[in-house]
Design a protein around this ligand. Structure first.
Ligand SMILES: *Cc1c(COP(=O)(O)O)cnc(C)c1O
Length: 379
């Protein structure tokens, strides 16, 4: 048996006629740049998240970068980010001329450790970027409280968590369920093909309730164009538009997002059950305040590298998300961090391995993966 890490072909097979129809009608209209499907998808996705505005962009990276610019963050400023995430979370800060400052992760959820945020705050800190890693919401209540106390902006990196829920404890008696992306000042999403909601190429979006940020992002993504004249440029903007053809495909896929997330959760539950009792395999921890959407199903093992080789020999594809924490990446060596600075992130990087995970994964594939995993883990 051969198990793929993700299988987009299987996922797209069922919706192929719908996708083709959407692409064809965009082709007929020919409104390839900021066409009608972009506006429709922005409205639909923003509504899905529970936010007022959506701005379609060319990637999740630009969603983060342009959000920081729209908030006026730049040289001399600091932005707090976790060291265990995809590199874009820190790069976007560097692009603006501001400095990424790392705060270690919670060893159970792998999301930013709220108790470490406050220690990283200085007089230059302007924002914090919690990442909803692997599809699990960061603990947003304490983060929003800290941000409020220190006047920081909150940029949710929701690139891996489309549709994940957070149970916010408004008071000790009441709680309120919110979608990720709608809790901070902005929520940033990627539509990279393998994300929970993925396009047919690159794409991204910012959702927000803040009309001022929304207006700024509209300028920044489209060459700084004013509303009246195509060739009047009000700010030095960028070319970061979501393609009409991507929006057309994403509108079709958005209708399936909740179902596909449910299938991911079901598959994660199956993995959990089959791995129960394996003492040397640490399963994902799902916090009670979050409804996990399992973009990634990752386990931890002491003998990770041997286990990965064993799975490979058994034809099971895996990935390491992530092997190097951001503070130890060559790209960020100028920040001056050293090994040992963030022990929780460093330990997880040594032990983590991502197993095959996608909505269409079959019970047989999961059972086989667990069989090979257990065999090599316990050898
Ligand atoms: C995918 C991802 C991004 C970047 O998205 P792109 O669309 O690839 O630019 C940012 N942050 C996280 C956590 C991601 O997983």
């Amino acid at each position: 048996m051969k198990v793929d890490f993700v299988d987009l072909k299987r996922q797209h097979k069922k919706i192929e006629p719908e996708i083709e129809k959407a692409f064809k009608s965009a082709l007929k209209r020919g409104d390839f740049i900021l066409g009608q499907e972009v506006k429709l998808f922005e409205n639909e996705f923003a509504r899905y998240c529970g936010s007022k505005f959506g701005i379609g962009l060319n990637s999740g990276t630009d969603a983060l970068f342009l959000s920081l610019l729209a908030m006026g963050i730049g040289p001399g400023d600091e932005v707090i980010v976790p060291p265990f995430t995809f590199i874009a979370t820190a790069n976007c800060v560097s692009y603006t001329g501001a400095k990424p400052v790392f705060a270690d992760i919670d060893p159970a959820t792998y999301n930013i450790d709220c108790s470490k945020i406050e220690k990283a705050i200085t007089s230059r800190t302007k924002a914090v970027i919690p990442v909803h890693l692997f599809g699990q919401c960061a603990d947003m209540d304490p983060i929003m409280r800290i941000a409020g106390r220190h006047g920081l902006k909150v940029i949710e990196d929701a690139c891996q968590a489309h549709g994940a829920l957070y149970k916010s404890h408004v008071t000790s008696h009441t709680s309120q369920v919110k979608k990720v992306g709608s809790i901070g000042d902005v929520g940033c999403f990627s539509f990279y093909p393998t994300k929970n909601l993925g396009g047919f190429g690159d794409g991204g979006m910012v959702v927000t309730n803040d009309e001022k940020i929304y207006r700024k992002l509209l300028l920044l993504r489209d060459c700084g164009r004013g509303p009246k004249d195509r060739y009047e440029h009000l700010v030095v903007g960028y070319n970061s538009r979501l393609d009409t053809i991507q929006a057309a495909g994403l509108r079709v896929k958005l209708k399936y997002l909740d179902l596909w997330n449910k299938m991911r959760k079901y598959n994660a539950g199956l993995y959990d059950k089959l791995l129960e009792g394996s003492e040397n395999i640490i399963r994902p921890f799902s916090a009670d305040y979050s409804e996990h959407v399992y973009h990634v199903y990752a386990v931890r093992l002491k003998n990770r590298d041997e286990v990965q080789a064993g799975l490979k020999a058994g034809n099971v594809a895996t990935a390491i998300n992530y092997s190097i924490p951001l503070h130890l990446q060559k790209a960020h060596k100028g920040l001056g961090y050293r090994p040992g600075d963030f022990p929780a992130a460093e330990k997880v990087c040594r032990e983590i391995i991502s197993l095959p995970m996608h909505p269409m994964l079959s019970r047989k594939e999961i059972e086989y993966t667990v069989k090979v995993l257990k065999k090599t883990a316990e050898a």
